[in-house]
Design a binder for this molecule. Structure first.
Ligand code: FAD
Ligand code: FES
Length: 263
């Protein structure tokens, strides 16, 4: 079998939106069919190529939303409307929806990828409840966008500056106890997702795992979790049946050199 890796398509940034102090969204034309939960490999020439979830899907326009944390994302954040970046993908699998009342839980930049998922589900006439969590109120984003879908939105911040004080997973677990939730979908810090997974044992559960990626197409093995599952190919969204066999879930991940680091 010959595996072909796409070369990046050069896309011009049509819109650059500042969501928070260090989070930005870029919208560009890219007409390849993309499902919420899938990701692109974003090439910043002369710097790096990094995985980014799709955060915006409308007709032929696609978007990414990222926090500036290291070399690549800092270089990305210096780009603006009219600049170009390289895009290949989409790769991986997104969420699969089951039941009629769905709970989405997004923490930090994990909010970016759940927004298009909620927009998709709202067209299926399902009831959506959503918890958006961040360290502090200035780090919350997409709140209006998600409320505009008709979803019931709850906010949580670690410092209590907006919504409930505490972790998104704790607020979500209270909602699970008081409402009839058919399935839970989450993306965010892995410890938050693991805590949520432990709390909703009888409910279908899907989580998007963030692992260090290099090729993005299943060739290099850098993103393996559990017994040789490639996050870029078999994930990044995994369901409960698979997560229960991934012993590194919520415990450790590999750095750029492949060395295990505790979460
Ligand atoms: C499937 C997937 C989807 C993602 N979607 C988003 C998103 O929508 N928005 C967003 O802000 N971030 C997203 N990320 C994370 C983003 O890819 C990393 O934050 C980015 O690669 C950091 O690069 P850097 O050079 O700026 O930081 P670095 O200085 O290289 O690293 C900062 C931190 O990011 C981790 N990291 C670095 N490179 C990668 C990589 N290639 N893959 C995974 N982790 C890495 C490092 O371990 C370190 O903890 C996603 C990651 C994955 C795997
Ligand atoms: S990033 Fe290379 S196999 Fe997943």
């Amino acid at each position: 079998m010959v595996l072909l890796m796409d070369t990046p398509t050069i896309c011009m940034i049509e819109e650059s939106i500042k969501e928070t102090n260090d989070i930005k969204t870029f919208i560009f034309q890219y007409d390849k069919n993309t499902d919420p939960g899938q990701f692109y490999m974003i090439w910043i020439p002369c710097v790096d190529e990094i995985p980014m979830s799709v955060s915006y899907i409308k007709e032929k326009k696609r978007g990414i939303t990222f926090r500036s944390i290291g070399e690549a994302t800092k270089a990305l954040s210096k780009l603006d409307k009219g600049d170009t970046l390289g895009v290949r993908g989409p790769y991986g699998h997104g969420f699969e929806y089951t039941g009629s009342h769905l709970l989405f839980v997004g923490g930090g930049t994990g909010i970016a990828m759940i927004a298009p998922a909620i927009e998709q589900v709202s067209k299926m006439k399902k009831k959506v409840t959503c918890v958006l969590g961040a360290k502090t109120k200035d780090e919350l984003f997409f709140v209006k966008r998600i409320k505009d879908t008709g979803a019931t939105v709850f906010l949580s911040t670690d410092d209590g500056s907006s919504g409930s004080k505490g972790y998104a997973s704790d607020l979500a677990s209270k909602i699970i106890q008081s409402e009839d939730i058919d399935a839970v979908y989450t993306c965010g810090p892995e410890l938050m997702m693991k805590s949520l997974y432990d709390k909703c044992k009888d409910i279908p559960f899907q989580a998007s795992l963030e692992r260090y990626m290099k090729c993005g197409v299943g060739l290099c093995g850098q993103c393996c979790v559990g017994e040789g599952l490639r996050s870029c190919l078999e994930g990044p969204v995994f369901d409960r049946n698979t997560l229960q066999h991934i012993n590194d879930f919520g415990v450790w991940k590999r750095d750029a050199s492949g060395k295990k680091t505790l979460l």
